[in-house]
Design a protein around this ligand. Sequence first.
Ligand SMILES: NC(=O)c1ccc[n+]([C@@H]2O[C@H](COP(=O)([O-])OP(=O)(O)OC[C@H]3O[C@@H](n4cnc5c(N)ncnc54)[C@H](OP(=O)(O)O)[C@@H]3O)[C@@H](O)[C@H]2O)c1
Length: 232
Amino acid sequence: MQRIFITGANRGLGLEIVRQYLERGDHVFAAARKFAAVEHYDGKYKGRLTRVKLDVDHMDDIAAAAQTVRSEVNGLDMLINNAAINPRESGYRSLGSLEPQALEHSLHTNAVAPLMIVQALLDLLKNGTNPKVINITSQQGSMQYKTHGGGYAYSISKAALNMATRALAGDLGSQGIITMMIHPGWVQTDMGGGGAPLSAQQSASSLINIIDNLTPKDNGRFFNINGQDHMW
Ligand SMILES: NC(=O)c1ccc[n+]([C@@H]2O[C@H](COP(=O)([O-])OP(=O)(O)OC[C@H]3O[C@@H](n4cnc5c(N)ncnc54)[C@H](OP(=O)(O)O)[C@@H]3O)[C@@H](O)[C@H]2O)c1
């Protein structure tokens, strides 16, 4: 049984990853601002689902979340940084309307917060079995993919997350922790929209299969959802 902490667990891809790991028999720490959907699983997976209140933008929440985990287990086998934002307002997206607060908001939620969460949970990960840090990124954070304009806040923040992942891989690889980033495909969620080709179920199941097969050689890799190298 793996002990897994995942952010953004109450809807979209995060909720489906939670469901699939619970179904496999793992203990999931489902971190979210609200629990409307996760609550639904409480009765079904008794003792293996811990709800953790976490707004990733709040350092106090991050510290309290780490304490909650520590009060239940002495180690974590996986952290999945999944929570992210991609607001539609032009202040986040369009040259001519960009607003510094919007850019900073995305950078904080999508790149700074995942790094702070790794830092807060590091002692637990060091005590884990084959511990892993999985950062859910996006092709929009790839320098080679980004040959089009727009989407400033999201692209900048995911590129920053990718660099944070590389630095973490450099620091944590020698401590036995595998750190990697993955573009989950274009997925039917609130963020991806209904026209996306992949269901959350398909993306989560491919993601879990890739994670199952990770070895130390994969430390620092940027994957696509088919398990191949993503362009940088
Ligand atoms: N869908 C796609 O096509 C696609 C493509 C590439 C990458 N991705 C990446 O995949 C991951 C999951 O995306 P998704 O499609 O499932 O998005 P989504 O449906 O919009 O869900 C986003 C999740 O992040 C949470 N979140 C946002 N800000 C938060 C905060 N400050 N504190 C705590 N939780 C917060 C949301 O919680 P609330 O309900 O509280 O807002 C929600 O659970 C993200 O990292 C995204 O960038 C998605």
